[in-house]
Structure formats: C-alpha cells, structure tokens
Design a protein around this ligand. Sequence first.
Ligand SMILES: *Cc1c(COP(=O)(O)O)cnc(C)c1O
Length: 451
Amino acid sequence: MYSSDELKDWDKRYIWHPFTQMMDYMDDDPLVIERGEGCHLIDVDGRRYIDGVSSLWVLVHGHGRKELTDAIERQSKELCHSTLLGLSNIPAVVLAKRLIEIVPAGLSKVFYSDNGSTSTEIAVKMSYQYWQQKGEKKRRRFISFTNGYHGDTLGAVSIGGIDLFHKVYRPLLFKGYKAPSPYCYRCPLKLESAGCGMACVDEFERIVKRYKDEVCAVVIEPLMQGAAGMIAQPEGFLGAVWKIAKDSGLHFIADEVATGFGRTGTMFACQQEGIKPDFLCLAKGITGGYLPLAATITTDEIFGGFLGRFDEFKTFFHGHTYTGNPVACAVAVENLALFEKERTIERMADKITLLHDELQRFKMLPRVGDVRQKGFMVGIELVKSKKTKRPYPPGEKIGQKVTGEARKRGVIIRPLGDVVVLMPPPAIDAGTLKELVDVVYDCVKKITGEP
Ligand SMILES: *Cc1c(COP(=O)(O)O)cnc(C)c1O
C-alpha cells in the first residue's frame, strides 16, 4: 500500500500530535504503528514492541481479540449509528444495564458520551444544575485537588490541578477550591508520611467546612492521581475524604476514567475503600481499548432533580452527536463479558504481586526517588539527587530519554515529566510483564547512570 518512508514523511507533514512538542518530534524518526497482537504493537517496519502503557491506559484484554472484533463486526452490520437524543439502540440499553450491575451501590442512571473529558464535564454540569434547580443558587464552586487531572476541555481543566498543563488557561477557567494532593514523597504540607496523621485530610476538611455552602461537589481521582505522575493516595485517604464530603451534604464525583476496569486490581478503585460516589466517570478501559466511549453514572436522587414539566426547562441540555454509539457500546458489552469469562480481575492478583516484587530493585538505583504502585498503575520518579529530592532540570528530558531507550529495546512507554509510567494491560501474561519491567530497569539504569 504505502511505504514506511511515505507514511513517516506524511505524518511529519500533516499531523499535529497531542501533548507533543512538535519541534522535537520533527527531529525524530516517527514510530508508525501498523498492527496490534495481544499485548504487543507492530510498526510499519515490522518491529515488535510491548504495549507498556496499554495504548494510553485503555487496553484490557489485548489487541486483536476475536471476541471484541467480532462484536464490532456484528454490530456494524446491524447499525453503525443512530442517535440517543430521544431514541435508543440495543447495545446502549444492554450496556447500561450491565454497568449498573457492577458499579458501586446507589448508582442507577447512565449518561453516555465519547471520552473522559466529557464524562467529567458532564458530572460537573449535572451537579451544578441539580443544585440550581433545587433552589440552592449559591452553589457554584467545586473542590478538587492539586495535581488532579480530569481532562482537557475547559470545564475539565477548571477542576484540574496540574500547573504545567493548566496554568496558561487560567484566565478562561471557572474558579474553585483546591485541596492539597496527597503526594507523600513531596508533601505539600512539608510533613513526613510516618506520623503525619494524614494532615492533608484535615486541610481538606477545613476547606469543606469553610466553603461548603457555595460548593456543589468534591471531585477526585480515587486511589491514584494518574496524569500528575501516578501519585498514590495513602490507605484511608479516599474513604476519609468521601465521608467528610457526604457529612457536609456535597456531591462526590469519582473520576475513574483511568482507574476503572481493573487498573488498580479491583473493577473500580472506589470499591477498595467502600465508597459510594454520586457520580462515577468512566471512559478509557470501558471498551477494552477498542473504540471511544464514556459514561457518567449517577443516582436516582440526581436524576430526579431534572424531572419536571416540559416547560419548566429542567432538562439536562447536553448531548454529543455520537452519544451512545451502538458499535462502541457493543464492544463494551463484550469487554465486560470477557472480564467475567476470563476472570481477569482475579487473575491479576498474582501478577500485581509479581510486579510489586520486580519493582523493588528500582529503589536501589541512585536516581530513583520514589516507586509508586496501585495494582497495574506504576510511577517511577527519577530525581537528580536522591538525598535532596531535587528534580532533573526539565531541559535534560530525562523521562523522554528513558522512554526513547525503551523503544530501541522493544518497549513502548510514555513518561509523565520525570516519572516513568508503566500501565500494562490487565490481561498481560506473567512472562511479558517480567520482560517489560526488566527492559525498563535496564533503561533507567543506563540513562540515569554515571557516565
Ligand atoms: C485520561 C483521563 C481523563 C480524560 O480522558 P480523555 O478521554 O483523554 O478525554 C479524565 N480523567 C482522568 C482521571 C484521566 O486519566
């Protein structure tokens, strides 16, 4: 068809890549993927790579799974798209029922969209509109966390807390309150995690107490702040934050776009601390990584706040053209079926232990400051000085150098700043998992080693 050189040339000429400094990109040899096979990707030159970050955190059962491609084929022959605005379709109905069966208790209504950013933006709009329609007009703010990430549209950026990505847009954003991130390695309260008594929870509570009358909801990534560099929350943090929010009558928005569908070792991260959010935002793994789809799942209580006579205009005036796309929903249904059939979650347990054990030797390396893990979500933070925790100067592009080296050795990973991220697909076999960690270890050692 097209030669590998042609494709690379056109890529550089015509594509503007997301989250990519294109000046660097233009100097590199682009990596163009042609095929996926299980937990591997194959490029246009026939080179194989382990898909070490699940194709940006979406892949679950592997590439090219026949059950999933069959589901897409079957559904696409029936109907590729109609609309969910006033109509319904079979896969959207079946998936909604299946989701309600597996999400935390109390969640009962599924609102579809196409990506993670829209799923959180929808939760924000629903929560706000709910309070407005209840007559609580003063509630216009959200409490979220520093280092939080909820997507790239402006509403999602408003509740985000990563300066590097979000600061420039600040004049365009709505205001809110930010509670300190539980980033124990670099505690924003300057405490040591041993014996701090989770002072960040107290700080969160102070913000809630002070502003609760003007707040709609608390927004959080449960257990792990992903995009900020895999910042793992100490045990009990999520449950404590949830209890404070609920006791103060605030909505609780759990953004499980990254953590959902097995990533932390349970189907949803919320389950690990027994919390019941008012909104659950899902995307990434929902289709097993096959097609774009998202869901914002909420309660009868919220749903009820939007019911009324037509001319009361309590309708949720929000919807996307491809909302509830039948092909995406069909593959999501099959994705959930595979979780059951293959006992994906149960079978992760041993691999999580293996991963944990394999990660220990990173801590011995002179430039590894911190190793964080929840299930299959891993962040390895590189530092210039282990003693002072001084970061590398950004110009050294240390994270990028490690992932560049990994590429040469047949592994695709993507850094978040100086944090090397691993997020293997839940269905990866133990051998490939070990190979992935071995390669990354050698790369970190080589790139950060003394000359
Ligand atoms: C990726 C991500 C999003 C945004 O999802 P997109 O599909 O990229 O819009 C939102 N929240 C979290 C926690 C994420 O990891």
